[in-house]
Structure formats: structure tokens, C-alpha cells
Design a protein around this ligand. Structure first.
Ligand SMILES: *Cc1c(COP(=O)(O)O)cnc(C)c1O
Length: 364
């Protein structure tokens, strides 16, 4: 990232996405499974940018793309991407003709959805225990029967607890899935099968079946307890706007929750909760600035945070890394998630906002 860091123009709120990291992660996952890889780029590529990530993933060996909504899938087509795409969530009565025209595959979980998806290539979704969308087992034989005459590409499902390796629900879901697939085969269909997300791809090779759908691991964030050679793709950075000496006994930011114990240098950084720095990190956040980690003091505001730099020389324009891969000792997405009691998915998707400029590095 040296080319970026040496830029004259100090960034305000910038998410740097390393497409070489995406390629590395996709290649690792593809190598691990030996079956086709669907790169899941919903929510604008988990906040990383759907089209650039999709292109990098396809270049690194993925052959399918997965999106949540139909407009997300059509945006990929508009970006000139021709790989097969599956979209799995649309609303009752949503006009699906654009999806059909764009050659987007649709997930179908009921006879009504099958009717709505007329003309589309469909992936029949069985609910094997997540109890979210997906066709209930008792309605499955009827759905399969109704699907005759439609282009049925796959039977598929989604796991509830693949990120807890050994959880008994995983084998239970597999057994129900095997049953559903057999019903489809007995009815004369010849679908492919897919059920594995990132966690299952990394821990359950027997669930790879005919394709795996990988999201979070492709972005370099590890969903399972075991060590994996994944590279986090996103770095979130800003820069110092100004730095000033402040006397002892002065409180900082709204609510005066923190007070200087001695004279110190405070640096102002122009990012806040409107830029994806959750206010819940107030008093618990560190940033990497001028060679080391330093505490963010006082409350996180909408547009600004304040960093205590002690007696170190800090100047306007100095780079501030909020999170990154951790190579230099900067905080990671996982650290933010742990502090907040959430998962790293939520941190990176939260960076999908107009105030945060995205910049791509690595092979486009
Ligand atoms: C988001 C999603 C995935 C990818 O899950 P990861 O845990 O990010 O790998 C796969 N399948 C479906 C249906 C999803 O919604």
C-alpha cells in the first residue's frame, strides 16, 4: 500500500480495499474445496464494493456470484459481469422480469415464488433448520413436483451454526438436505447441490457438495476458531486535522467523560459514527498513529474523534489507521467486533456509506 500512503492529499474517511488480498483468499478457498466457488457479494460486497470484489474473485478462480437482492444482481450485470449470479431474496409481488432478462438465477422456496420466477433459472431452497426462508420439509415434495418444466439449476440450503464446528445441528441439516435432494432426483430433476458458507468451507469438506458459497472468508475475516491464512482486505484510515497541547484537568468531547491527567497533545481526527466508527467504542477504542497505538479519548462524535498522543510529535496530515490487517500492530476488525459484542460482518458492512471513500489497491 506504499503508493497510497505517500499521497499528498490526507484522507478524511477512506476504506482501502486490497484486491490482492481478495484474490489470495479466493484462491485459498478454491484450493481447499476443489468444487466451484460462489463469491458472495451482497450488501455491496460486505462493504468492500460488489463489482471490484466480484471481478477479483472471478479472476482468482470463483465461477459464480451470489447476491441477496435482485437489484444487487442486476447492478453486477450493468457493471459488465457475465458470470452466473444467484439472487435469493425478493419481496412479494416484486417484478422479476428484469432478473429474468438479465439472466439472474433466482432462489425459490414456494410454489408462489416459482410462479413469480417464471422464465428464470431457479435454485430450489429447502429449509433444513435455519427456519428463516426456505421451503418447509412437508411442502417440499409439492414444490419439487411443481418445478417440473422449470429450469432447476440447484437444490440448496443454508446452515445455522457452521461457525461452531461440531455443533450437532450441522449434521442434522445435512441429513435433511440429503433427503430433499433425493426427493428431487426421484422426481427426475438433475440439480446441483450447495449448502456450505465460509465456515463450512473451512471446516467441513464433506459439505462442499457441488459448490460452496463464500462471503466473509473471501474478505479475509475468519469465521471459525481455527487459524487460517486469510488476509483481511479492508483498511480504514483517516488523518490528523490538527494537534494541540492541552493543559492538565481539561475534559474532552461531549459529556466530559474523560479528563487530561497532565499536559498532553490531543489530535483531532475527522471521522465519527457517521463514518462507521460506532459510538459504542467511546472510551474503548485505539488507533494506530505516528508509529504506535494510541487511545481515543472522550466520546465518539458524529464527525470527529480525539486521540491522546502524550508528548509525541504529531502533525496535521499524519495518517491514522482505525483498523487494518494488523500487520503494523493496528487494531483489526475482529477487535472492534469483540469490543462491541458483535461479529466482524457487521463492522465491514457498516462501511458501506457515502461519507467513506473507497480506494482499491492491488490487481484490479
Ligand atoms: C451471506 C450468505 C452466505 C455467505 O456467508 P459467509 O458466512 O459470509 O460465508 C452464503 N449463503 C447465503 C444464503 C448467505 O446469505
Amino acid at each position: 500500500m506504499g503508493d497510497v500512503m505517500s499521497e499528498q492529499n490526507a484522507p478524511r474517511a477512506e476504506a482501502i480495499v486490497d484486491l490482492d488480498a481478495v484474490r489470495h483468499n479466493v484462491a485459498l478457498l478454491a484450493d481447499r474445496t476443489q468444487v466451484p466457488v460462489m463469491a458472495v457479494v451482497k450488501a455491496d460486497g460486505y462493504g468492500h464494493g460488489a463489482a471490484p470484489v466480484a471481478r477479483a474473485a472471478l479472476a482468482a478462480g470463483a465461477t459464480w456470484l451470489g447476491s441477496c437482492s435482485v437489484p444487487e444482481a442486476i447492478d453486477l450485470r450493468k457493471a459488465g459481469i457475465e458470470a452466473p449470479i444467484l439472487a435469493w431474496l425478493y419481496t412479494a409481488g416484486e417484478d422479476l422480469s428484469d432478473a429474468v432478462a438479465a439472466g439472474v438465477d433466482l432462489s425459490v422456496a414456494s410454489v408462489d415464488e416459482l410462479t413469480a420466477a417464471e422464465g428464470a433459472r431457479v435454485h430450489l431452497k429447502i429449509d433444513t433448520g435455519l427456519n428463516r426462508n426456505g421451503c418447509p420439509m412437508e411442502l417440499w415434495p409439492d414444490l419439487v413436483k411443481a418445478a417440473k418444466g422449470h429450469e432447476v439449476v440447484a437444490v440448496w440450503s443454508h446452515l445455522a451454526s457452521a461457525d461452531e464446528p461440531g455443533d450437532p445441528s450441522i449434521d442434522r441439516q445435512k441429513a435433511r438436505f440429503d433427503w430433499a435432494y433425493q426427493v428431487a432426483v426421484d422426481a427426475g430433476l438433475t440439480p446441483m447441490r450447495h449448502i456450505a458458507n465460509s465456515a463450512a468451507t473451512l471446516t467441513r469438506p464433506d459439505l462442499a457438495m457441488d459448490m460452496v458459497r463464500v462471503g466473509i472468508a473471501m474478505y479475509g475475516l475468519n469465521p471459525v476458531p481455527q487459524q487460517e491464512d486469510l488476509r483481511p482486505a479492508m483498511t480504514f484510515r483517516s488523518s490528523v486535522v490538527h494537534a494541540k497541547r492541552t493543559a492538565a484537568g481539561e475534559s474532552v468531547s461531549y459529556g466530559q467523560t474523560w479528563t487530561t491527567q497532565r499536559a498532553t497533545t490531543l489530535a483531532l481526527v475527522p471521522v465519527g459514527y457517521a463514518d462507521g466508527v460506532p459510538r459504542g467504542l467511546s472510551g474503548r477504542l485505539e488507533v494506530f498513529l505516528a508509529g504506535r497505538r494510541r487511545p481515543v479519548v472522550g466520546r465518539v462524535c458524529m464527525d470527529q474523534i480525539v486521540v491522546d498522543c502524550g508528548d509525541d510529535p504529531v502533525r496535521p496530515g499524519d495518517e491514522v489507521i482505525l483498523f487494518g490487517p494488523g500487520d503494523q500492530g493496528e487494531p483489526t476488525v475482529r477487535e472492534w467486533a469483540d469490543i462491541l459484542g458483535t461479529i466482524d460482518y457487521e463492522i465491514v458492512t457498516n462501511m458501506y456509506r457515502p461519507r467513506v471513500r473507497r480506494r482499491y489497491v492491488g490487481t484490479k
